[in-house]
Ligand binder design. Sequence first.
Ligand code: AMP
Ligand code: ZN
Length: 141
Amino acid sequence: MAAPHDDCIFCKIIAGDIPCFKLLEDERVLAFMDINPFNDGHCLVIPKAHAENLHAAADDDLAACIAAAKRVAGAVERAVAPDGINLVQANGVGAGQSVFHFHIHVFPRRAGDGAMLNWRQEPGDMARIGELADEIRAAMG
Ligand code: AMP
Ligand code: ZN
């Protein structure tokens, strides 16, 4: 497992050095309440192995996190009956990441809550979309 990072707040939570409102724990993942919740029931799922973001995380840990997020989201659904749930995951400052240990937000939504996660759907420029698909496929390796 990746070594804990001394300056990582989520590694400190995993180690038990900082308290959390724990929801679920197994050998790979931990889920706990977000202490700055946007809506009631906002919580986080993290791998125990430190990885800064999606790019750095091991596939097995990502699989464990998404399975745990599904379980936690089901419980949030039953516990607080939100109007919907987004899974949110930020990579990099430009995406709004503020804690640099991979995490999935289980993000309950309420009608009209004003969360800035959704965007208008307007048709794009198909030629440009096709070019970008070519570039991304080429980058896939
Ligand atoms: P992000 O901005 O996507 O990196 O999300 C980081 C999240 O971690 C924020 O929603 C914070 O409220 C949350 N957070 C930071 N420190 C703690 C903590 N000690 N316990 C629980 N949640 C935390
Ligand atoms: Zn960490």
